[in-house]
Design a protein around this ligand. Sequence first.
Ligand SMILES: [Zn+2]
Length: 245
Amino acid sequence: MDPLAAPAALARALAGGALGLVAGSFVATLIARWPQGQSLGGRSRCPGCGAPIAAHDLIPLVAFIRLKGRCRTCGAAIPRLYPAIEGVAALMGAAALAATPGGPGVAGALMGWLLLALACLDARHWWLPDRLTWPLLALGLAAGPAPLGQRLAAVAIAGGGLSLLRLGYRHLKGREGMGLGDVKLAAAIASWLSPMWLAPFMGLAALLGLMAVARRPATRVVPFGACLAVAGWATWLAATLAGHG
Ligand SMILES: [Zn+2]
């Protein structure tokens, strides 16, 4: 093994983690503002008192720790969601770039951050916006690791399979079991995978879905898109570490 491989992977992980903090801060803003129809640009404001937040108080995670989780002006608690998302995005960036260098690592990190935003929006608002799903598909087709023919086959299998499942459920039960957003998301994730990794991907998503159903026995309704997102990125990481892409 190359004696420089481990330090190089560590340096890439640190760079990926730093990129992830910035991406996570954007994802947190997106999921906090987009569902309310608020603009994504403009100054960040305290949700408690409306005071604009100074640039040096916007440094991801660092600012939260320095301010002990409170607004500098009114002392209102900053929602824990922000640092949590920044931390998860940083870990995803570090893992993606440690797993594979260069363009594929950056692409994998971008896939992860898009999926993080989709998972949060689905879990909180039952919403999988096309404006995130289509870029995920386009990026996967442009930059996914497996040969393009294999990725196109994976998209067709995942999209076609879930469409059939969705139509079959509706025909048998007379009600909607899965949203069209879930089908599109599964197809978009498949654009990053070769067909051999579809079974682990869908199996893990189904397992996460069943675990979520068990926690909500009253309604038995779960945000399956969030399960697909988590399973999709875990499968990409496993495929990349296995060298299969
Ligand atoms: Zn405030």
